[in-house]
Design a protein around this ligand. Structure first.
Ligand code: ADP
Length: 168
């Protein structure tokens, strides 16, 4: 099942929230900063032991002070015009986050709109990739029962609602 809500991902009580991280995994601005602030300093301590993450990949930690049990740190691409593998890299980080959640027997996962902030990925194109990748993953049997897209801004909320409603 796919849900779309507007809100703050740090408030979501799900098995895992996904962080739009950077390759250092040591924190940053936007949703990354909000997640680290809400989780507390133990999160960056665990992240340091992971030695970074490649673009298009993801790594899991505990959620510490967050209501979510885990954080899956996914690294989306920086938008460089669209012909530098951005769609494949964005799809890959959504898919890797879902795979890691399933490997850990998690059932509920919430995503922010990865790469659509500081990384500059056009929101409509990112929504197409995110929804297609999640739909494709949910076609196979896995432990994942609920995927929530947590949209922070109205523009993303409308883009996701239009696409999800059109497909249901
Ligand atoms: P990126 O570097 O991947 O672009 P950003 O954090 O700049 O990451 O932005 C990714 C998306 O997360 C943007 O759409 C932004 O509006 C959204 N965002 C920022 N803060 C939060 C939050 N607390 N909860 C959910 N989404 C958020």
């Amino acid at each position: 099942m796919i849900r779309v809500i507007q809100g703050d991902i740090t408030k979501q009580a799900v098995d895992a929230i996904v962080n739009a991280a950077n390759t250092s995994l040591l924190g940053g601005g936007g949703v990354d900063g909000a997640i680290h602030r809400a989780a507390g300093p133990d999160l960056v301590f665990e992240c340091r032991m992971l030695h970074g993450c490649k673009t298009g990949d993801a790594k899991i930690t505990k959620g510490y002070r967050l209501p979510a049990e885990h954080v899956i740190h996914a690294v989306g691409p920086v938008w460089r015009g669209g012909s530098h593998g951005e769609p494949n890299l964005l799809a890959s980080c959504y898919r890797r986050a879902l795979e890691i959640a399933a490997e850990n027997n998690l059932t509920s996962i919430a995503f922010p709109n990865i790469s659509t902030g500081i990384y500059g990925y056009p929101k409509d194109k990112a929504a197409d990739v995110a929804i297609a990748t999640v739909n494709q993953f949910l076609e196979q049997p896995s432990t994942i029962q609920e995927v929530t897209f947590v949209c922070f801004d109205m523009e993303n909320l409308t883009l996701y609602q239009d696409r999800i409603h059109a497909s249901q």
